[in-house]
Design a protein around this ligand. Structure first.
Ligand code: HEC
Length: 178
């Protein structure tokens, strides 16, 4: 409650319309045609794609081939998050539609909730900060959900994917300690 109060106070100071705060990120529909600064690819590096602000993002080729992280994120999401948040990031009666959250809430806030968890009354998002199966693949999960939120990839397992780069493989191995 304290945090929420502080947030509302700072939002009021920043002059944000209070109505924005009335709804949660996951309740806000996504218009794929609108301007979403955390989405467009500005450059790629070693098999990863980034926006101009260096935020990880997805890439879908004309024939539907997805970047490796989006494909990997599909698998990791369904291993770790799907049980509460429903298949394909669509939400369930128990936990919200986080494909929308991934588009709206911003990379750092998304990370913060997953690392530290959150509790609002009886609604509990666990913290995953010590879970390597989540933390070593959180960029993957984030870009996958953002692609889902933007309707850039259909529901289900992506049919075609880019190869996993050496750099991604090395980073995973280092993170998982193998
Ligand atoms: C045990 C059930 C459970 C699991 C597993 C779970 N979550 Fe959640 N998550 C929740 C609930 C419930 C909320 C809503 C908390 C609240 O009311 O603020 C939530 C909220 C979130 C939010 C905030 C959404 C927003 O719009 O503010 C994000 C992001 C999130 N979860 C990501 C994940 C990711 C990524 C995973 C997998 C690594 C995951 N969650 C696994 C139950 C779960």
């Amino acid at each position: 409650m304290k945090i929420l109060t502080r947030f509302i106070a700072s939002a009021a100071l920043a002059g944000l319309p209070m109505t924005v705060l009335a709804a949660n990120w996951f309740d806000q529909p996504v218009d794929p045609g609108a301007d979403h600064p955390d989405v467009p690819v500005a450059y790629s590096e070693d098999g990863r794609y980034y926006t101009e602000d260096d935020i990880p993002t997805y890439n879908v080729g004309e024939d539907g081939t997805v970047d490796w992280l989006t494909f990997s994120g599909f698998r990791r999401y369904h291993a770790e998050c799907h049980v509460c948040h429903g298949p394909d990031g669509e939400g369930s009666t128990y936990a919200p539609k986080i494909k929308n959250s991934a588009v709206h809430m911003g990379y750092y806030d998304f990370y913060d909730v997953v690392v530290n968890g959150r509790q609002v009354g009886n609604s509990v998002m666990p913290h995953f900060g010590e879970n390597p199966n989540v933390m070593c693949y959180l960029d993957d999960i984030y870009v996958y959900l953002k692609a889902r939120g933007m309707d850039a990839v259909p529901r289900g397992r992506p049919a075609q994917k880019e190869a996993k780069s050496d750099s991604v493989r090395e980073a995973e191995d280092a993170c998982m300690g193998s």
